[in-house]
Design a protein around this ligand. Sequence first.
Ligand code: SF4
Ligand code: SF4
Ligand code: SF4
Length: 280
Amino acid sequence: MQGLIFDIEEFAVYDGPGIRTAVFFKGCPLRCNWCHNPEGLLPRPQRVVSSLCMHCGKCREVCPTPGHCTACGRCAQVCPRNCIRIAGKYWTSDELAAKLLANAPLLKMNGGGITFSGGECSLQSDFILEVRPKLGDLHCAIETCGHTDPSQFCHLITAMDLVLFDIKHTDPVIHKQYTGMDNHLIRQNLNTLIASGIPFIARIPVIPGVNDTEENLTETAHWLAGAFNLIMVELLPYNKAAGAKYQSVGMTYAPIFDEAKEPRLLTEPFALYNIPVKIL
Ligand code: SF4
Ligand code: SF4
Ligand code: SF4
């Protein structure tokens, strides 16, 4: 089995406890209007061209399929500015495990481990489940948007020490407006996670004017109330550099919210339910 990965970040400190290696799997079922990883959306390798391009045309001369990129990588070899790369590489489970285990002593010493992220890592849950036993007692987490097949989700979380579960909005109509999908599956999987007893952190990307209302955050707290396995809520303020990479993958960043506004980082709705909150 092979997994399609677009990045591996070592010494990550925002993707779970301690110092971690974060593995970013390619492909996501959502299209969040604020997504800052556009190269992680498609479930196949793709060409990324940096802003250093001087439009010399050398890449076009060697392309075997002009107008239909197959991510063969030939153009990257001739670019004089070295500004082309292919996002998305296939790894076997042995290759990935060997890479991740190389830093295992350091990760363990710092209370960290591995976080499988994305994109949406659960789309490749069979591969992760093949890698997981090869990592021994290394602490393993997933970060998920929760929009995934319920039975696959159930299998995947059972193999994890921790789940970072994103909650974007409690209203299904607004959720669909900003992410392309409603949140029914997400709510179902959240309830499965709560019932599983597996420790989890609920993560909320706080987007100005979208989900930072008292009403929405109170309802989010209501969803989480009483979950004894909930460690905390993490509020992630909107990343103003979210649009930086869109041009490099031939996309246009088009937020339909006012990104100039500051997100409201309300903690009171969670305090009402005695849920600890951390602002990242
Ligand atoms: S070869 Fe490199 S610098 Fe030249 S046009 Fe292609 S991407 Fe741009
Ligand atoms: S990676 Fe470059 S050379 Fe290969 S198909 Fe795409 S544009 Fe053409
Ligand atoms: S779930 Fe994450 S990776 Fe997927 S579109 Fe939303 S922000 Fe991007």
